[in-house]
Design a protein around this ligand. Structure first.
Ligand SMILES: Cc1cc2nc3c(=O)[nH]c(=O)nc-3n(C[C@H](O)[C@H](O)[C@H](O)COP(=O)(O)OP(=O)(O)OC[C@H]3O[C@@H](n4cnc5c(N)ncnc54)[C@H](O)[C@@H]3O)c2cc1C
Length: 338
């Protein structure tokens, strides 16, 4: 039999655990990882520590380039997949290269979500997903003392901890859809704002943002329905949304993420999805759950790879660990202490 060509889209925890499991179970195959990011895989939960100056940028990264060579994995960084042709079984890169595959794992994770009302301001709002974003925070924070966070997801809570360590003045607008897809209710609002206030964060209670104006390079004015605020930098934190838009026209089933069965298989033969980009069927619940968090990603990445290599492992998640909030089923392994 000829050498199998396995392609993995993504270079996060799901992709890397998938690549490792594929190599261990398919020594003769050719494995290629494509990542749109130009840097090696990193530990996202350490980004706030890097911003706080507690660790060096190099400490964010997981494996050396030599590690991929040793595992005979072809790591292609800075190469965005723009589409997949499932009938011809190839992926198409943004520089038009077409790469054939026998088996594919999609592990494209999530990207920061920006609600429509803020999309106009995306160039003046900072988010936090990659080391590149973290570098932007470091640069900005060297020139400003005050930060206004709009939203309020788990990432923003970790970042706020870092900002307080840097003795920045932090104001917080906890927005209605901060914890999307989990709706913000009165109880969560009170718990989160109470904790933030204890730590010295000023909560801005308002229903609506009317206007954002950049007055100077390091000075923004934000008008709410209650007051006008000034800040040096503005952060937008509305959760992560599966980064699967580029697959919308390919015939894959997509709801909040890529719909896969309990074996992480998509509707196409030898095509799997894992990690934050996947929405996984649960036979007992007869419904799909959204995956969130690092540990989930590593476990799903491994299962997808083992099944692609010929096994038949089912994702085991106890129904009671799946939360249902506002009609969305979520299984999260994300830990955050604040
Ligand atoms: C600041 C921050 C702090 C966090 N803290 C925690 C924490 O404390 N605990 C926890 O459990 N989780 C935490 N998370 C979440 C955790 O990092 C994610 O759940 C996890 O990384 C998901 O892994 P993944 O492999 O599914 O996707 P990701 O890690 O998002 O990786 C996706 C990969 O896909 C690539 N990609 C996307 N689209 C394309 C494309 N079209 N072509 C090529 N490549 C593509 C990206 O470049 C990236 O390499 C944090 C996240 C952030 C941003």
């Amino acid at each position: 039999m000829s050498m199998k060509r396995f392609v993995i889209i993504g270079n996060g925890p799901a992709a890397n655990h998938a690549a490792k499991a594929l190599r261990e179970n398919s020594s003769e195959s050719r494995i290629t990882i494509f990542s749109k990011d130009p840097f090696r895989s990193y530990r996202a939960h350490l980004l706030p520590d890097f911003i706080a100056g507690l660790i060096k940028e190099e400490d964010l990264y997981n494996s050396s380039y030599a590690h991929y060579n040793e595992m005979d994995i072809n790591l292609r960084l800075g190469q965005r997949v723009v589409s997949v042709d499932f009938s011809k079984r190839n992926v198409i890169l943004d520089h038009k290269e077409v790469v054939p595959f026998d088996g594919l794992i999609v592990a494209t994770g999530g990207k920061p979500r920006l609600p429509e009302q803020f999309q106009l301001f995306q160039d003046i709002m900072l988010t936090l997903k990659t080391p590149l974003d973290a570098r932007m925070w470091v640069e900005k924070l060297s020139n400003v003392d005050s930060v206004l966070i709009i939203g309020g997801d788990l990432t923003s809570l970790s970042l706020t901890k870092a900002l307080l360590k840097l003795h920045k003045r932090v104001k917080f607008i906890l927005n209605d859809d901060a914890f999307w897809p989990v709706p913000l209710n009165e109880e969560i609002y009170r718990a989160v704002t109470g904790r933030l206030e204890q730590r010295g964060v000023e909560i801005v209670h308002c229903r609506r943002i009317r206007r954002i104006t950049q007055l100077e390079e390091n000075l923004l004015e934000v008008e709410t329905d209650r007051e006008i605020l000034e800040t040096g930098v503005l952060g937008a934190f509305f959760g992560l949304v599966p980064d699967v838009g580029f697959l919308a026209r390919t015939g894959l089933d997509i709801d909040r993420g890529i719909l896969v069965d309990e074996f992480l298989k998509t509707r196409f033969a030898n095509v799997y999805a894992a990690g934050d980009c996947a929405q996984v069927y649960h036979p007992a619940l007869r419904d799909y759950w959204v995956s969130i968090g690092h540990e989930n990603a590593t476990a799903l990445g491994r299962i997808a790879a083992l099944n692609l290599a010929g096994s038949h492992f089912e994702v085991q998640v106890k129904p009671e660990s799946i939360l249902e909030v506002g009609g969305v089923k979520i299984n999260t392994s994300w830990w955050t202490e604040f």
